[in-house]
Each structure stands twice: as structure tokens, then as C-alpha cells.
Design a protein around this ligand. Structure first.
Ligand code: GUN
Length: 284
């Protein structure tokens, strides 16, 4: 039997519609959530993402501004901009689009963002809160992944969860969130031995390695929930890290690419921005 395809686009649309209603109510009270997006250079993929974030803000009634800086921007100039955004009461969320050019120290830039405005959840304080199981901003893609898994009705508690990929943006925070949900979590990476065996144990398999079609059907347990975070451009087409056509015959649930995890990332960014606005209003 073929897997149920998890419709990330529809789930994200529902979340966006709920947020739009919430923003409308907030605007009526005089609170307009605001997001500042900073991009350095003109990486084509980053430009697409930044524009998608702007469109989502426009649709939901969130005020957005873009700071599109030339690739020659110095680290000091970027840090000055972040400092001014940190101090701006109309800006509740700050997102610096990654990757940054090589001459800029990414970690230092992220650390300069006020943790209260770090809607990406990449600041060490927010990542630390995640490790400690405390409330902070959760990175958007991992938060979206958990929502997609929950949408299936499959319980995470007690399940074998395997995350393939250990990036700070996706793999590590996803592993921590699954652990918080009482999953039994294994994190695999490029040095893992017997990767196929480990993947085959998974009731819930999350793959974020950036290698097209990396996960084949013989690496998947029958009935598993398979979440494909990969976005790979191959011959002008977007394909995931999971070989969709074959794995869908084995898995119980599977996300497509595009239309799976991608739309959830932006929905969660909008969610974090509204939460940032509410929290900053509460503190003021
Ligand atoms: N580049 C790729 N993914 C992301 C993301 O989630 N946030 C930011 N800021 N940059 C990215």
C-alpha cells in the first residue's frame, strides 16, 4: 500500500490563516508585528527565500522590511545595522539570511542579534534554552517538522526516531525536539557506520543531508513516518533527500518535495514573529 502524502502546503496554509486572524486582532489593539530581514550579497536561492518571507508577511498583515546589502558589506557595518534593529521598537523579529559571505563571521553576527528578536532561533541563548527544555525561540524548520509529524496522528512518545544530518539549523534542534516529545532519538551523519541499518529501525525518519535521493526504499521500515527536509535542484527540478517514488511504497507517511517541509518553515517564522511581538509588548 502506498504511503499517505503529508500535505505541508495545506497544513502551512491553515497555520497562516490562523496567524492572519491573530494579527488582525493585534493590529486592532495597535500592535503591528514587525520583521526585519537582512541579506548580504545576491545568492539566487537566498533571494527567493527572502522574497517568500516578504510575501508571507504581506499576506498575514505583518509589517516587514528588507535590508539588502551588497556582498562587499563589512562585518562592522552589518553589526551596526543589527544594533540599530535591536534598538528599534517597531522591529520585533530580526532574521539574517544565511549563508553570509566568507569574510563575515556568521556566529558572531547571530550572537549580536537580541535573543528576544531572534525569530530564527539560532542565537546561542535560544539554542541553549532548547537544550535545557525551556521556553525560547525554536528554529523554524525543526518546529515545522514536529507539526508535520503530529499531523499524522502518530505519537512520537516511545518511538524510534532517526535524524540523518546534524546541522545546527535542522538536524540538532530536530533531535532535541523529538527528545522533548519523549522519542528515542538517534542522530546519524556522514561518519555513521551501518547507516541503512539505523534508518531501517526508525518509526520516524527525518532526513536533512542535502543529497538528492539519498534515502532508498531498502533503508525504510514499513509504515514509517518519513520527513524529507532536502531541497536539491537537479536538472531544473527540486528533489528531496528521499527517493520519493520508491520510498512511498514502503513508508506509512511521507512528505513531498516541494510542498512538504518548505512551506512549514515560513509559517513557523511568522508564528515566531508574532510571539516576539507579544512578548516584547508584555515586557514593555
Ligand atoms: N538559510 C537556509 N535556511 C535558513 C533559515 O531557516 N534561516 C536563515 N536565516 N537562513 C537560512
Amino acid at each position: 500500500m502506498s504511503a499517505v502524502v503529508i500535505d505541508g502546503k495545506a497544513i502551512a496554509a491553515q497555520i497562516r490563516s490562523d496567524i492572519a486572524k491573530q494579527v488582525k486582532e493585534l493590529r486592532a489593539t495597535g500592535l503591528v508585528p514587525g520583521l526585519a530581514v537582512v541579506m548580504v550579497g545576491d545568492d539566487p536561492a537566498s533571494s527567493i527565500y527572502v522574497n517568500m518571507k516578504k510575501r508571507a508577511c504581506d499576506e498575514l498583515g505583518i509589517s516587514s522590511r528588507q535590508h539588502l546589502l551588497p556582498a562587499s558589506t563589512s562585518q562592522a557595518e552589518l553589526l551596526d545595522l543589527i544594533e540599530s534593529l535591536n534598538a528599534d521598537p517597531d522591529v520585533h523579529g530580526i532574521l539574517v539570511q544565511l549563508p553570509l559571505p566568507d569574510h563575515i563571521d556568521e556566529q558572531e553576527v547571530i550572537a549580536a542579534i537580541s535573543p528576544a528578536k531572534d525569530v530564527d532561533g539560532f542565537h546561542p541563548v535560544n539554542l541553549g534554552s532548547l537544550v535545557a527544555g525551556r521556553h525560547g525561540f525554536v528554529p523554524c524548520t525543526p518546529a515545522g517538522i514536529i507539526r508535520l509529524i503530529k499531523s499524522t496522528g502518530v505519537e512520537i512518545q516511545g518511538k524510534e526516531c532517526v535524524v540523518v544530518g546534524r546541522s545546527v539549523i535542522v538536524g540538532k534542534p530536530t533531535a532535541l525536539l523529538l527528545l522533548q516529545e519523549n522519542g528515542t532519538v538517534t542522530v546519524c551523519h556522514s561518519k555513521t557506520k551501518d547507516l541503512a541499518d539505523k534508518c531501517r529501525r526508525a518509526d520516524i525518519l527525518v532526513v536533512a543531508v542535502g543529497r538528492p535521493g539519498f534515502i532508498k526504499s531498502d533503508m525504510v521500515k514499513p509504515g514509517a513516518v518519513v520527513i524529507d527536509v532536502g531541497i536539491n535542484r537537479v536538472d531544473g527540478r527540486l528533489i528531496g533527500d528521499v527517493e520519493f517514488e520508491t520510498v512511498k511504497e514502503i513508508a506509512g507517511y511521507i512528505t513531498p518535495v516541494p510542498g512538504g517541509v518548505g512551506p512549514m518553515t515560513i509559517a513557523m517564522l511568522m508564528h515566531n514573529t508574532v510571539q516576539a511581538a507579544l512578548e516584547q509588548q508584555r515586557q514593555s
